[in-house]
Design a protein around this ligand. Structure first.
Ligand SMILES: *Cc1c(COP(=O)(O)O)cnc(C)c1O
Length: 240
């Protein structure tokens, strides 16, 4: 059953998705980049499977989820949707590596070598190669996941040593600041780290930018933006 509020929220999804796409294309154009160089990942945590179905119907293929069980449940409920791609974007406990590896094609929050080893082991047992991004806590915020900038090189080396993991880029969650322009240095820092550790050839993807700041992230080179509330509406309290 979907409540009246829930139903109202579903009605606007396709329209809001179009608006976000338009803003992404415009931000890319302003930055002198091709509109197609930025991929939108629709972050659906805390939202019903029906919301994802609607977005998929409007042409959205990439979806991000934070919680392993929710990701798994939704992937099962939506197994009929062609070409859907699941991104595990949240902090990941080692004991959730199995369920995530079963459904996600990309893990965005690789932040320690033990997790790389476990994901690799699970991917190997499924006979697949998992694409991963190293999450960096560029803001140095205690409450956030991610390795320190100084740990990136070692973590990339550990990941490259895993036969069933393929590191494809870096990810960050910028501090939340009222003025989105003020987070620009954090996005620039992630790009600089990428350039220091192999550049675009080795690490083509920069996963950065959310509803509040994706345009700034695109100006600084984001290739993947993770957008939730601007598409699906605000989340219930407690869903971070
Ligand atoms: C929730 C979340 C998002 C999306 O946030 P919005 O502000 O709703 O766009 C993106 N990335 C991560 C890692 C998240 O946890």
């Amino acid at each position: 059953m979907i409540s009246v509020d829930g139903a109202n929220e579903l009605v606007g999804i396709a329209t809001r998705l179009d608006e976000v796409r338009r803003r992404i294309a415009e931000a890319a154009r302003q930055a002198g980049r091709a509109p197609g160089s930025v991929k939108l990942i629709a972050v659906s945590k805390g939202k019903p499977a029906e919301a994802i179905r609607i977005a998929h119907g409007a042409g959205q293929l990439d979806f991000g989820e934070n919680y392993a069980q929710e990701l798994s449940d939704k992937a099962q409920a939506l197994g009929d949707l062609p070409r859907i791609v699941w991104h595990a974007i949240g902090r990941l406990q080692r004991n959730k590596a199995k369920v995530v590896t079963q459904v996600a094609e990309v893990v965005h929050a690789l932040d320690r070598a033990e997790l790389a080893v476990e994901l690799d082991r699970r991917a190997a047992s499924l006979g697949r190669v998992l694409r991963v991004l190293v999450e960096v806590n560029v803001g140095g915020e205690a409450a956030k996941g991610g390795c320190t900038p100084a740990e990136v090189g070692r973590l990339l080396d550990a990941t490259r040593a895993c036969a069933n993991l393929r590191p494809i880029g870096l990810m960050t969650i910028a501090p939340y600041l009222d003025d989105p322009g003020a987070v620009r240095p954090y996005f620039a820092a992630l790009r600089a780290l990428r350039d220091e550790h192999g550049g675009e050839v080795e690490l083509p993807e920069l996963s950065m930018g959310m509803s509040h700041d994706f345009e700034v992230a695109i100006a600084e080179g984001a290739t993947w933006v993770r957008v939730g509330t601007a598409i699906f509406g605000s989340r219930a309290q407690g869903v971070q």
